[in-house]
Ligand binder design. Structure first.
Ligand SMILES: *Cc1c(COP(=O)(O)O)cnc(C)c1O
Length: 381
């Protein structure tokens, strides 16, 4: 394939390794993993990598991504993560086997849509155990589940919780116990088994790894720790995973020595901001061909430790390359590690080419492998 810039190089073999690491831990606990590829718009190479890594299901927040997943024919069940929009019910029951839900009116609409489509639709009822994003308040859950139980075309599979998203609340034994208590109350009221307890996203993994995750929690929806190899509570590398799974490559389109403070009277920049400038004298600066239209600039880390980002407009990223370790010349590539937020935007930008790059990873020698992994991890400090 003709490689353009800017491009996002995806390393699916490293993602497979990460998925294996996470799946192994969840299975050892008796739980299942739904792999979440929404940060990279469910790119087919990432979905295939998760499947190869042994995930039990695939989950995404967007219907369009679930459509692309089903075209891949993975054979795995699919789950819609975002609370469904009532107006999208017909698409939802066609594209997702299971949805996360928190409201009775929507459940009624989904049941009707499933009836019309001639399918049964699986439901996990989300309970808000403190993060204040989605979920029914715990004291309303029994009522909701009891009423939903009578909807003819739905299968109530269990309950779930989401943490560390809006409020930054960390999964703990206490909030997991709260979820289990709600499930037990719903079981008693309805006689339903409610076998699935979906404990959360990547933020559940530290509790799981500590050995303190209650055994009742048997389902995990994991994106970032598989995709970027990070502990999402503090963004440190997750043991036994690669962090260098995505690599942004841009190209130098201008290279000039310029003063570090603009010359002339200053008003607002293109984004309504009035930046401050530190006078470091005349510096060698490069412009590379990516901008705010494609990426969250704050989430880019230059791979060359001597390069720093000094500003960006819609289409231009301005770098101080005075102390660059690698070669800088017009037309030379400049690489970056993207954060979750940067990856989210890069994946969505049609101006950024996506290329899957194969690596040879020997998964048979797990211990030796993990030691070399730590050395390969990019340092974000
Ligand atoms: C995005 C999302 C996930 C996955 O989150 P990660 O932190 O990437 O693991 C899980 N559950 C829900 C409801 C989500 O929206």
């Amino acid at each position: 394939m003709y490689r353009r810039t800017p491009r996002l190089e995806i390393h699916p073999d490293r993602i497979t390794h990460n998925a294996r690491t996470v799946v192994r831990a969840a299975h050892a606990h008796g739980g299942q993993v739904a792999g979440v590829g929404k940060v990279c718009c469910a790119h087919p190479s990432v979905i295939a990598a998760m499947v190869a890594g042994g995930v039990d299901a695939l989950a995404d927040s967007r219907i369009i991504n679930l459509m692309s997943i089903s075209e891949q024919g993975t054979g795995l069940p699919t789950m819609l993560l975002r609370i469904p929009a009532p107006s999208a019910a017909a698409d939802v029951v066609r594209c997702a086997d299971v949805t996360l839900n928190s409201g009775l009116p929507t459940l009624r609409i989904l049941s009707d849509a499933a009836g019309q489509a001639g399918v049964r639709h699986g439901v996990i009822v989300m309970v808000d155990v403190g993060d204040l994003r989605e979920g029914v308040w715990p004291d309303q859950a029994v009522d909701l589940v009891t009423q939903a139980a009578s909807l003819p075309h739905l299968d109530l599979l269990g309950l779930g919780a989401n943490l560390a998203c809006y409020g930054g609340v960390i999964p703990t034994v206490d909030n997991m116990r709260a979820l289990i208590a709600v499930r037990d109350a719903c079981r008693e009221a309805t006689g339903l088994e409610l076998a699935t307890l979906s404990g959360g996203n990547s933020s559940s993994l530290p509790l799981l790894a500590s050995g303190s995750m209650p055994p009742e929690i048997n389902h995990f929806r994991i994106g970032e720790t598989i995709v970027l190899g990070r502990n999402v509570l503090d963004r440190t590398p997750w043991p036994g995973t690669y962090q260098n799974t995505f690599h942004l490559i841009t190209e130098i389109v201008e290279l000039e020595r310029k003063p570090s403070v603009p010359i002339g009277d200053r008003g607002q920049n293109a984004f309504g901001e009035q930046p401050e400038f530190l006078d470091r004298g005349t510096r060698l600066r490069a412009i590379v061909n990516i901008g705010r239209q494609d990426v969250a600039i704050d989430g880019l880390t230059p791979i060359d430790p001597g390069i720093s980002i000094i500003g960006a407009s819609s289409d231009h990223l301005i770098l101080d390359v005075q102390d660059a370790v690698g070669e800088v010349r017009l037309g030379a590539p400049v690489g970056f590690w993207p954060s979750y937020g940067a990856l989210l935007a890069l994946s969505t930008s049609p101006y950024v080419q996506k290329v899957a790059v194969r690596d040879r990873i020997d998964n048979s020698t797990e211990l030796g492998q993990m030691m070399s992994l730590q050395m390969e991890a990019p340092s974000l400090s």
